[in-house]
Design a protein around this ligand. Structure first.
Ligand SMILES: Cc1cc2nc3c(=O)[nH]c(=O)nc-3n(C[C@H](O)[C@H](O)[C@H](O)COP(=O)(O)OP(=O)(O)OC[C@H]3O[C@@H](n4cnc5c(N)ncnc54)[C@H](O)[C@@H]3O)c2cc1C
Length: 491
């Protein structure tokens, strides 16, 4: 009997991992992407001997990747050399004012005790609670499909809802234990990795401190692109076919079933279609109106995850004082979150991330240089033109020079800027959001857009919009979920 054919739109990490899992189940899989290379926002690029990861750079929750490769009888070590970073990251609060988070728990306790009396013991308790939430989430919440309220409000969430802190904000949860501003910021910032703010996300997400402080941060030597290449290889080895430079223009539907995908080169027939692209783009641009599940007003009311301004700099000199991962957490702490989530504006004095993978990976830059990657979270949908961008970039680089006490501008040999409209143009991301929907309580689990279309029986979705959400580990879990759904629908 002919194998059932699944067409996947999008070869980012969602599309690649779904392709591998579905091909392994025996489906004939074709993946198409408008770009020329796999990886989506996780692509890398090189210029004059400098290599940059285009988007994600924090490799967190390594067990998710292990579990993915284990499904194929493989392990990450078959494809790349994964190193635990120690220190995990550095946090700047101003010039000559920074703290280093290491993998050593005693060290973290001492560091916090040095900031606030009693905080050493409290951070230990906080991290134990974060571990409990993380392990509960991994066991109960993440690897499953939610179809009704009953799936979410089950016995465990009802009995343990308070313990999981579903109904309190992360910011409040942190303030209950710590008064020192620096501690509050360190524990609150990591939800930006899942596209949210400590003021909007439930305290359940204090589990992120278990992720970045206790489990720690890892790095695949050669960059995140090694992960992309590995999953791409697994998918191809299992027979998935890829068409690059091929943009989906429409999903064709007849009799309530998807029949294929239309591109400029013609039709690709399908028994099932998986949209592993921005959900808004898939529904509003590719599917005819009668078959859309979510209305324009639904999308207007969503809390979108931030967009970002990205500055990639190749420098012809070494910069001291930086680690592989660095955060600057600003005095305008709340104001920056307000400018992202409540009153969208280019922020005055933003917090931002500075990556410098050449600190631990010599392949990132020529021997006497560094590859700096600066990410400033911004509200999606802001006015974005050359004038605004240039002014903002100059401001951030000036600030960075002050923070590090070194001149950077005179050492720049490579410079690339990416912002709002590039996210939209390159990847069709709604309002230029870099990460889809923020993780507020009402946008978690079953409240995220569904993996299956309600109106087209063989049309599916997977990306950081769907459960469990944002980040590389999450989209891979989403692929496990959607591959199981498709597998059981066709069995
Ligand atoms: C700047 C940035 C930093 C991040 N940092 C981290 C981090 O440090 N750690 C972490 O874990 N996560 C991070 N993330 C999040 C993580 O990278 C994403 O959640 C994940 O990579 C999303 O993968 P995806 O496949 O769902 O989407 P995408 O990567 O957007 O892939 C979608 C693909 O679909 C293609 N496409 C779109 N429309 C069409 C069409 N009509 N036809 C054909 N193809 C189409 C696009 O070209 C793209 O290749 C970051 C994200 C960004 C943007």
């Amino acid at each position: 009997m002919a194998r059932k054919k699944i067409v996947i739109i999008g070869a980012g990490l969602s599309g690649l991992s779904s392709a591998a899992l579905l091909a392994k189940q025996g489906f004939a899989v074709t993946v198409l992407d408008k770009l020329q290379t796999p990886g989506g926002v996780a692509r890398s690029f090189s210029d004059q001997g400098f290599t940059f990861d285009g988007g994600p750079s924090w490799y967190l929750m390594p067990e998710v990747f292990e579990r993915f490769f284990a499904d194929f009888g493989r392990s990450p070590a078959d494809f790349y050399d994964l190193v635990p970073l120690d220190p995990s990251y550095q946090v700047f609060f101003g010039a000559n004012d920074s703290l280093i988070i290491t993998r050593d728990r005693d060290n973290t306790c001492q560091l916090f005790e040095g900031l606030e009396k009693g905080a050493g013991k409290k951070i230990d308790e906080y991290l134990q609670d974060a571990r409990y939430k993380y392990e509960t989430a991994m066991e109960e919440f993440l690897y499953r499909e939610y179809r009704s309220l009953f799936d979410f409000f089950n016995k465990r969430t009802m009995v343990e809802g308070a313990k999981l802190s579903l109904f309190q904000s992360l910011d409040k949860h942190i303030r209950r234990s710590f008064t020192h501003k620096k501690i509050q910021k360190i524990l609150g910032y990591n939800v930006v990795f899942i596209g949210c703010s400590p003021f909007k996300s439930p305290a359940l997400y204090s589990l992120m401190s278990h992720v970045d402080i206790t489990i720690g941060v890892f790095y695949p030597k050669g960059g995140i692109v090694r992960l992309v290449e590995a999953i791409y290889k697994v998918a191809k080895d299992h027979g998935a076919e890829f068409l690059f430079g091929e943009e989906a223009k429409a999903v064709t539907i007849a009799g309530g079933r998807a029949t294929g995908v239309k591109t400029d080169n013609g039709m690709i027939d399908a028994d099932g279609v998986l949209a592993a692209v921005d959900y808004h783009h898939a529904e509003q641009d590719l599917i005819p109106p009668p078959y859309r599940r979510y209305s324009p007003s639904y999308w207007r009311k969503r809390v979108l995850a931030p967009s970002a301004l990205l500055i990639y700099l190749g420098l012809n000199k070494k910069i001291s004082g930086l680690e592989h991962h660095n955060l600057f957490l600003s005095d305008h702490w709340e104001r920056h979150f307000t400018a992202i989530f409540d009153k969208p504006a280019w922020p005055e004095n933003p917090s931002y991330y500075i990556g410098c993978s050449s600190k631990t990976d010599p392949t990132g830059a020529p021997s006497n240089g560094e590859n700096l990657f600066v990410l400033v979270p911004l509200a999606p949908g802001l006015d974005d033109n050359e004038h605004i961008r240039e002014g903002f970039v100059e401001k951030i680089i000036n600030h960075l020079e002050g923070l590090l006490g070194v001149k950077i501008t005179d050492a720049v040999v490579v410079k690339h800027i990416v912002a709002q409209r590039d996210f939209n143009q390159s990847y069709n991301l709604y309002k230029g959001t870099a990460m889809g929907l923020a993780h507020t309580l009402l946008q978690s689990a079953l409240f995220r857009p569904s993996h299956r279309s309600k109106k087209v029986s063989n049309l599916y979705f997977s990306s950081h919009y769907t459960h469990p959400g944002i980040g590389m580990p999450m989209v891979i879990i989403s692929s496990h979920i959607v591959a199981d759904i498709i597998g059981s629908d066709f069995s």
